[in-house]
Write a protein that binds this ligand. Structure first.
Ligand code: ISE
Length: 334
């Protein structure tokens, strides 16, 4: 019996998830494509062979022909749609962020705790990226000794029209906040945020963060949403006895015009194509079996990403180091 999946949202991520469901998730069926704009939903449904379209996201979870829901609608709608879907006890893959603020994350955590079981996986797909997975396992093997620092670079070609400077912290960097917790197996104690001279929190410009973990490690994160040359995500974990460097999935090297070069991807979809496929397949197995992949990001991980993001925006705006105070972890996320 196929798992009938509804995808809410037909933006860059909604398209990407709908395509993976339709083309690369045996055991799943793309049942409904939902978008407030009927023509967008119709176009994705027609191209990918979905059975139905909808323009009302609030009705999706109640549908008897939908078993599970992928939420890839605008960030602000995520918590409400999670709450509605949890109310119907259906599994959710919620694109990051779980909620744009900590309050929204805690509301979803409260609902999931009341439901007595995990139903939500948050779309921190880098946890399924083969290079980050290998970085974590090499660290666990003790190859480079104890982890001391993690250097992160996260560069986009260009920021979307409505992007503001602080969104480098609240929208882009949550991937690094989460992957640091995943790779280092730790939580976050404090964050400091800097920009080169002459920029403010509204100006889209390179942002440099220093994150202190509760394990005593240092994580530095550069985010540049207008790097211009390509989508470039780098990472180097520094241990007491060596280091582990992330390798991007480069498949060809071009030799032409007396030059030899590799091409950068245009955005995160091709760079993390394997990660999205593996993430979505792991989520489908959880829907089918009720047991979660150990790397799957839970609502607790979604809460931490928003907690660090909120602290990071405050650190940017106040030009100060901000310490984090997390709530106690509910037992269902142990
Ligand atoms: C975007 O929202 C993402 O999630 C991408 O993975 C990230 O690279 C990009 O910077 C964000 O804006």
């Amino acid at each position: 019996m196929s798992i009938r999946i509804a995808v809410i949202g037909t933006g860059i991520m909604g398209w990407a998830h709908a395509r993976i469901v339709a083309e690369d998730m045996p055991g799943a069926e793309l049942k409904v494509v939902c978008d407030a704009d009927f023509s967008k939903a119709r176009r994705v449904a027609d191209e990918l062979g979905a059975s139905d379209v909808s323009t009302d996201a609030s009705t999706i979870a109640a549908r008897e022909d939908v078993d599970a829901v992928i939420i890839a609608s605008p960030d602000a709608t995520h918590p409400t749609l999670c709450l509605e879907t949890i109310r119907h006890r259906k599994f959710i893959l919620c694109e990051k962020p779980l909620a744009p603020d900590v309050k929204g994350c805690l509301e979803v955590i409260e609902a999931e705790t009341a439901a007595g079981r995990r139903l939500v996986q948050v779309g921190f797909m880098r946890r399924f990226d083969p290079s980050y997975v290998e970085m974590k396992s090499e660290l666990r093997e003790g190859v480079v000794g104890s982890a001391l620092m993690l250097h992160c670079v996260h560069r986009n070609v260009s920021a979307p029209p409505d992007f503001k400077g602080f969104m480098a912290v609240s929208n882009s960097a949550p991937h690094e906040f989460d992957i640091a917790r995943y790779v280092l197996d730790t939580d976050i104690a404090a964050i400091s945020v800097f920009q080169p001279k002459g920029f403010d929190a509204k100006t889209v410009a390179p942002i440099f963060m220093v994150v202190e973990t509760t394990g005593g490690q240092l994580v530095n994160i550069e985010v540049n949403n207008n790097a211009g040359y390509g989508y470039d995500v780098r990472g180097e974990l520094v241990g007491a006895a060596g280091s582990i460097t992330l390798a991007a999935p480069i498949h060809t090297r071009v030799n032409a015009d007396l030059a030899s070069f590799e091409r950068y991807p245009v955005d995160w979809i091709p760079r993390f194509a394997d990660a999205y496929r593996l993430q979505n397949k792991a989520w489908l197995r959880a829907v089918q079996t009720g047991s979660w992949h150990p790397d799957a990001a839970s609502c607790w991980d979604g809460y931490w990403a928003s907690l660090v993001a909120e602290a990071g925006v405050k650190a940017l705006e106040t030009k100060s180091r901000v310490q984090l105070n997390a709530v106690e972890r509910p037992p269902i996320y142990a």
